[in-house]
Design a protein around this ligand. Structure first.
Ligand code: SF4
Length: 327
């Protein structure tokens, strides 16, 4: 069977697991290409205008897999929780319904399951057992595939924790490639944003590569371990409801406190509710810590020149600040 996985949303975090899982069960896996104008336009047409951009892009990828690649099923997981007492943003929890109600003509081609875990490790076979009939697999097959997929995903996570960007970390596992990170010992910026914004080259306009070209080191949230991240927000009376938002908050706070990090960029997508909380919290904390902070809000119309200019200006400002401090 041909199983399609949209290269969008949490593919950028769990793609290594899901690809291996379906392959281990003997299916052909087709991942949609990187976002491009056609995919984004299809997504925009398939979604209600007020929904956030990453969901629109997800819908574009999904339609591409069904109509262009003619997959038997496209995988649309219902992500519930990966942290005790916290949930996913409601758009993740309702994603299969959003797809089926918005495009009823493709509802029988959607492969979905509840994914719920107390930690970010989603390899418990019970998360996938509901797929056994459609995948022609028995319980033992599902257990075996989950185990094998987990080995790959843990390798991916080890790579990210060594400071390797998530897209390169995934490539290393899937293609056995080597990635060498060159630290410039120059300016270091934390780029805090959801993986589906940072690693979607169309949406982020390759922000990490742009920083690299400017000889700037960067850190993203998945390069920090969960213990470090969550210790940064342990003083809060109330955490945010959404796990990935809490991860970004912890990573942002860490970078604002850390003397080796010169500034913080919050990369956010137009229409994101949880990010409106995050942005304000970063603004307050950056004032307290006296650390430069910039928000980059991206949508399907953001111009590349505009982004380049803002990044260059931010980097110039950080360089001048650093020179002044060392003088
Ligand atoms: S967290 Fe924000 S960007 Fe992500 S799905 Fe929810 S609303 Fe959209």
């Amino acid at each position: 069977m041909k199983i399609g996985i949209p290269r969008a949303l949490l593919y950028h975090y769990y793609g290594v697991f899901w690809e291996e899982f379906f392959k281990e069960l003997g299916h052909e896996v087709i991942v949609s290409p990187h976002s491009n104008k056609e995919i984004v336009d299809t997504g925009i047409k398939s979604a209600v205008p007020e929904i956030c951009v990453p969901i629109k892009i997800f819908l574009g990828h999904l339609k591409y897999l069904i109509y262009e690649k003619n997959v038997d099923y496209a995988f649309v997981p219902r992500m519930i929780s990966i942290h005790k007492g916290e949930i996913f943003c409601p758009k993740f929890m309702g994603l299969p319904d959003l797809v089926k109600n918005g495009s009823p003509e493709i509802s029988d081609r959607i492969l979905t399951t509840y994914i719920e875990s107390k930690t970010e490790n989603i390899s418990n076979y019970k998360n996938y057992i509901s797929l056994s009939d459609k995948l022609n697999a028995n319980e033992e097959d599902i257990k075996r595939a989950s185990r094998k997929a987990n080995i790959k995903w843990l390798e991916f996570r080890r790579n990210t924790l060594r400071g390797i960007p998530a897209d390169k970390a995934a490539e290393m596992v899937k293609k056995n490639t080597v990635y060498k990170k060159n630290n410039s010992n120059n300016i270091k910026i934390a780029v805090v944003g959801y993986v589906y914004n940072v690693y979607d080259p169309f949406l982020s306009m390759d922000i990490l590569d742009k920083l690299h070209d400017l000889n700037v080191d960067y850190m993203t949230f998945e390069m920090l371990d969960n213990k470090t991240i969550f210790s940064q927000i342990s003083h809060l009376k109330k955490r945010l409801f959404w796990t990935f938002s809490n991860k970004l908050l912890g990573a942002g706070y860490y970078s604002l406190k850390n003397h080796n990090i010169d500034g913080l960029i919050h990369l956010t997508a137009f229409g994101c509710g949880p990010d409106s909380f995050l942005g304000k919290l970063f603004e307050i904390e950056s004032d307290i810590r006296q650390k430069p902070f910039m928000t980059i809000r991206i949508d399907e119309h953001t111009g590349e020149n505009h982004l380049q200019t803002r990044i260059e200006a931010f980097v110039d400002m950080l360089k001048r600040k650093k020179e002044k401090e060392s003088a």
